[in-house]
Design a protein around this ligand. Structure first.
Ligand code: C2E
Ligand code: MG
Ligand code: MG
Ligand code: MG
Length: 283
């Protein structure tokens, strides 16, 4: 305990705690108004085919333009939103906004691609999730396979029965399914054969130190081979260097997503990228 570890550390501890507590307070007190004030935005990060650099899709990533704290990433508020019971409403907004934006790009004649969205555990337990997805797709004239739902292993493990049920429904509707942050969290490989995911996303932590770290390289290679044998596309997340790119290409990774190609960006900027249609390292 901080109190027993001496006067100074106690002071620092309370100072830190106060700063964090103040931030949480600023976040909690404003979060309930954020939706009606239209303060959320989606940024988009391209997913690119390693074979030819084609932009085959993008991941939508939420940001909050907080009235006093500025633009906040999801790590700063998603947990609070889950604890305070706002996440389902926010998540439903993400679904609608992603569909609206994707349809707009299609209408503008930009190349067709799919859009991936992240769902929280609570959304998979939401009774009307299928209805929300169906309504968002149909009201924007999108076919179901344009939307790609990302689920993490930890979300599956949190409530296996209801998550797998929701996944069956989503797959049955024709949406794409991706397993996010693969290889992290407590998980079991058995769910990989329980349902057919379209994509497996290798977590950034395994990508970071390839090709120099031989263990990480072996793990990345094993995940790529496993995904291929199970007829899934494999996506490497967090690709930042050309050496990682070369390694992943040589090992047969299908798609990459990372700062090497592009950071998540506002929709206007993404439209420019999509108009070009391809993205290769060094461009
Ligand atoms: P994620 O789904 O695994 O998303 C990938 C994260 O990695 C994003 O962080 C992205 O900006 C970051 N990233 C991509 N490429 C690189 C790279 O080359 N280097 C580094 N260092 N990072 C990279 P972001 O946007 O901060 O999102 C963090 C997490 O928040 C996401 O992880 C996802 O779990 C969650 N999240 C984002 N948007 C939503 C949302 O709309 N709803 C829910 N429930 N969760 C969301
Ligand atoms: Mg994701
Ligand atoms: Mg991820
Ligand atoms: Mg993550």
């Amino acid at each position: 305990h901080a109190k027993s570890s001496g006067r100074n550390s106690y002071k620092f501890y309370t100072a830190d705690l106060n700063a964090r507590a103040r931030e949480i307070l600023a976040i909690e007190s404003q979060l309930r108004f954020a939706l009606e004030r239209n303060e959320f935005i989606l940024h988009y990060q391209p997913q690119v085919a390693m074979a030819d650099g084609r932009i085959t899709g993008a991941e939508a990533l939420i940001r909050w333009n907080h009235p006093s704290l500025g633009i906040l990433g999801p790590a700063r508020f998603i947990e609070v939103a889950e604890e305070r019971g706002f996440i389902v409403q926010i998540g439903n907004w993400v679904i609608r906004e992603a569909c609206r934006q994707l349809a707009l790009w299609h209408d503008q004649g930009l190349p067709k691609m799919s859009l991936a969205i992240n769902l929280s555990a609570l959304q998979f337990r939401q009774q009307d999730l299928a209805e929300v997805l169906e309504k968002a797709l149909s009201s924007h004239g999108l076919s179901a396979d344009m939307l790609d739902v990302e689920v993490t292993e930890s979300v599956i493990m949190e409530d296996v029965t209801s998550t797998l049920q929701a996944i069956d429904t989503i797959k049955g509707m024709g949406l794409q399914l991706s397993i996010d942050d693969f290889g992290t969290g407590y998980s079991s490989l058995s769910y990989l054969k329980r349902f057919k995911a379209d994509k497996l996303k290798i977590d950034r932590s395994f990508v970071r130190d390839i090709p120099n770290d031989l263990d990480d390289s072996a793990i990345a290679r094993a995940i790529i081979n496993m995904a291929k044998n199970l007829n899934m596309q494999v996506v490497a997340e967090g690709v930042e260097t050309i050496d990682q790119w070369h390694f992943l290409k040589q090992e047969g990774c299908d798609l990459i997503q990372g700062y090497l190609l592009a950071k998540p960006m506002p929709p206007e900027e993404f439209a420019g990228l999509l108009a070009k249609g391809t993205l290769l390292p060094g461009e």
